[in-house]
Design a protein around this ligand. Structure first.
Ligand SMILES: *Cc1c(COP(=O)(O)O)cnc(C)c1O
Length: 365
């Protein structure tokens, strides 16, 4: 067996211990004589694991019982419409801070439901290379929520401060940096994240809603049942069959974060070190590697850079693969190179990648 260094952007690397544990338990999970995929979601064994995953999430996030933790399907992309569907009605207005591709995708869906203001850092050529400063964030105090994306997976930028939006409830798409660092939960009213970047496999989307904001959600009866947050909150995300296997891997990944890594503070230290090593390799390369993102907006999760020509980028991708490093091709909309260094990639993998970068530069400059 040969495991590669996996810098895929999502689905992405999962910690080895998690995969091994799942392998061990595959045929007989928890003494049931079945895999976790084969048990009833109404069984006490399943429900205990499901509830434990919620508790682990709360513990890591520093969220108390005032937070509802939902396990939904349809990816983070479904939250782009579910959020406005549940909150943007009856003449209410929202605000969107757009810092990349996914923020744009979110407003495309919000348009179906109600009005909103947009603050954007989009460049005239359609790229995004920075996070706005606090002074740029003029949010209408009447907005029912302000939506932001904490890490821009495709353009490779990330918020390094948490914005002040007054009394407006702050909603955050944390899909690509959730639990990569501690965050002040009390600053937010709703956060959501697809699991397949930092928390496990695709198939489950986490949505955490604080009680006071939950009370502003649309009545259940006015929405299709499955698209109402209330349906899932009232039924502990067991209204219908949940993505049991994805939730199980999520549970194991949260335990890994808590017990093996030692929590979000430690995870942040590791992630800072990884990003430092990679950006240093870019910055010392005398223009051979060029990062387009402004330095103070650089992402610690998705490190994006370009080489001098598309041909050089192509051979970089090819040679990386030959060296056992996969998933480094930039998003199809932007080109270039992207290393997604989510939680499961520890410092050792990043060091091997920069050794490869140095070697490639020496051979091709
Ligand atoms: C990947 C990603 C999405 C889309 O997630 P899906 O689960 O594929 O719908 C949305 N927002 C951000 C920030 C992402 O990184």
């Amino acid at each position: 067996m040969k495991r590669v260094i996996n810098f895929n952007a999502g689905p992405a690397a999962i910690p080895m211990e998690v995969l091994q544990k799942a392998q061990e338990e595959m045929l007989d999970w928890n003494g049931t004589g079945m895999s976790v995929m084969e048990v009833s979601h109404r069984s006490k064994e399943y429900e205990a694991m499901h509830n434990e995953a919620q508790d682990l999430f709360r513990r890591l996030a520093g969220m108390g019982p005032e937070w509802k933790i939902l396990f939904l399907t349809g990816g983070a992309s479904s939250q782009f419409f579910m959020l406005p569907m549940n909150y943007l009605f009856d003449g209410r207005k929202a605000a969107y801070i757009v810092t990349g591709h996914w923020g744009k995708a979110a407003i495309k869906e919000a348009k179906h439901f109600g009005p909103f203001d947009v603050i954007t850092t989009e460049n005239p050529d359609g790229t995004f290379t920075r996070i706005p400063k606090q002074e740029e964030l003029k949010i209408d105090p009447a907005a029912v929520y302000a939506h932001m994306t904490s890490n821009n997976t495709i353009f490779g930028s990330q918020w390094h401060y948490w914005p002040e939006v007054g009394k407006v409830p702050l909603v955050c798409d944390m899909s690509s940096d959730i639990f990569s660092r501690p965050f002040p939960a009390d600053k937010f009213s709703l956060i959501y994240a697809g699991a397949q970047k930092n928390l496990g496999p695709s198939g489950v989307t986490l949505v955490a809603i604080r009680e006071d904001f939950y009370s502003l959600a649309q009545e259940q009866a006015k929405l299709p049942t499955m698209l109402s947050y209330r349906t899932h909150a009232e039924n502990n995300s067991l209204y219908n069959t949940p993505p049991c296997f994805s939730i199980y891997i999520l549970n194991l990944t949260l335990k890994w974060l808590l017990n093996t890594i030692g929590g979000l503070g430690n995870m942040q230290k590791i992630n800072l070190e990884k990003a430092r090593i990679l950006y240093e390799a870019i910055d010392k390369s005398e223009g051979f590697y060029r990062g387009p993102v402004e330095k103070d907006s650089r992402s610690q999760m998705n490190v994006v850079f370009r080489l001098t020509t598309p041909e050089m980028e192509e051979s970089f991708v090819k040679e990386a693969k030959a060296a056992g490093i996969v998933g480094v091709k930039g998003h199809r909309s932007t080109g270039g190179i992207r290393f997604s260094i989510y939680n499961a990639n520890l410092v050792e993998n990043v060091k091997k990648a920069t050794d490869f970068m140095d070697e490639f530069r020496r051979k091709n400059r």
